[in-house]
Ligand binder design. Structure first.
Ligand code: F6P
Length: 445
């Protein structure tokens, strides 16, 4: 069996290589343990002379990590402006937030050429190349143009919009032709697959798109949650709640996550169901993300203000309704918090998958599980019809769902949890990677 070559914009930082933290690293952890692998991508560092610097190599067990720096201009234009200021809002249906310039677009393609040039000398004949995410749409074609005949797969971790939205992107055809250099294309949901396929068809590009939803490793996450729930750190947090019930939300500070909408849903719970005042605490953990992009900075200001307003209106000297932090919290502690929470509150306006929903379920105590309130617009929603599904634009609807979650009897909680846990256990990170790679390996070399 040839090596597995993972290509992604961000590579796991050294501390993340044994303890994966984010969606992509969690999803791929299992796959790279199983065979000789090389993970190639950006180091996370910027340097004016990045172009002259060689790649850096690091080896851990059977995985070689090869990384390179970006120039400040590539960081700004490729990563911040085009990947996260054009493609991210487009793919999350937020067209009013798109800030397109031709220069940023050019640097996006030039930076993909840098990925291709630097990867090329590392490739061996029987390697299988697996490219990840929206930063690298054009890479497969660039590798083909350099003579690469290996099997190449591409997986998009974020949603893909229908033609009516996607067509707003100048040079959409060029982007789609870039990814069409692949042997297999995978996305998270059947809706995304139909949308991307529909866009290919508009340009007469004959490409199949498969829906392969990503998962987690529920057994190890569950174990972490059990240990963490009993830890001093989590016990200390629980003690400070002084007997109030706990609702928990965990997200990067991103406008796709529906955070202001979530705050309004919680506010509506306090307004419409006053019996919960003083009886429930909402803990929202929201590490700052992509603060170099203006729309993220504006969101932070909005959220800071909203939390203050709600706490001011409903809080009392001995009870703070919303505890909100923009610092990252260790995944180990999050696992324990999920386990001790009464409600997981996950309300993206759009999300490729949302692994927090899956982790919340995996973490629960099966004898007394919490309830998941989940946006219908998360990629995870079609797999979890037993969750309390909400539309984040409907504050009253979210308040009703929170109230239902907080008052649900033990049997109903257990039945819902057990059905969802069954699905989370069937569709894991390991089975996701296996399914995609098996499908990729059936194509000709
Ligand atoms: O959801 C897409 C994604 O690339 C994830 O895989 C990752 O966890 C997240 O975005 C982080 O984004 P960034 O690299 O911009 O911090």
């Amino acid at each position: 069996m040839g090596r597995l070559i993972i290509v992604s914009n961000r590579t796991p930082a050294p501390g993340e290589r044994t303890q994966p933290a984010g969606g992509l690293t969690v999803g791929l952890y299992d796959a790279i343990q199983k065979r000789e692998s090389l993970w190639f991508g950006w180091s996370g560092q910027q340097a004016e002379d990045a172009g002259e610097r060689p790649v850096e190599e690091d080896r851990l067990d059977n995985v070689t990590y090869v990384t390179f720096d970006l120039t400040p201009s590539q960081y700004d234009r490729f990563y911040l402006n085009f990947s996260n200021g054009v493609l991210w809002p487009l793919c999350h249906y937020r067209t009013n937030l798109i800030r397109y310039t031709r220069e940023d677009c050019d640097v996006y393609y030039e930076t993909n050429e840098v990925f291709a040039d630097r990867l090329l000398p590392l490739l061996q004949d029987d390697d299988v190349v697996w490219i990840h995410d929206y930063h690298l749409f054009p890479l497969a074609r660039m590798l083909r143009e350099r003579g690469v005949r290996n099997r190449i797969g591409f997986f998009l971790h974020i949603p893909f919009p229908p033609w009516s939205v996607a067509r707003l992107l100048p040079q959409l055809k060029r982007l789609l032709e870039g990814v069409a250099g692949c042997d297999r294309i995978g996305v998270q949901t059947p809706e995304d697959a139909a949308n991307l396929k529909g866009c290919f068809e508009v340009y007469g590009i004959d490409e199949e798109v498969e829906a392969v939803p990503i998962g987690i490793d529920p057994v190890s996450f569950r174990q972490q949650a059990i240990e963490s729930a009993a830890s001093d750190e989590v016990s200390r947090i629980v003690d400070t709640l002084e007997g109030t019930r706990m609702i928990v939300g965990v997200d990067r500070l991103d406008y796709s996550k529906g955070l202001p909408e979530r705050m309004r849903g919680f506010e509506m719970l306090l307004k419409n169901y006053p019996e919960h005042r003083g009886q429930v605490t909402f803990i929202q953990i929201t590490p700052v993300s992509r603060s170099g992009v203006e729309s993220y900075r504006i969101l932070k200001e909005e959220l800071d203000g909203l939390v203050g307003t709600i706490n001011g209106a409903y809080g009392t000297p001995d009870w703070v309704p919303i505890r909100y932090t923009t610092w990252p919290i260790a995944r180990q502690i999050l696992a324990g918090l999920y386990r001790v929470a009464d409600v997981g509150f996950v309300t993206p306006l759009r999300d490729g998958m949302n692994l927090v929903a899956k982790e919340f379920i995996a973490a629960q105590d099966e004898d007394d599980p919490g309830v998941l309130v989940l946006s219908r617009f998360a990629g995870a929603a079609p797999e979890m019809p037993e969750a309390l599904l909400v539309n984040p634009l409907d504050a009253e609807g979210m308040a009703d769902a929170l109230h239902a979650a907080l008052t649900m009897d033990a049997k109903a909680r257990h039945d819902a949890w057990s059905a969802i846990y069954g699905e989370v256990s069937r569709n894991t990170a390991g089975s996701w990677a296996k399914q995609f790679l098996e499908s990729l390996e059936t194509v000709r070399a």
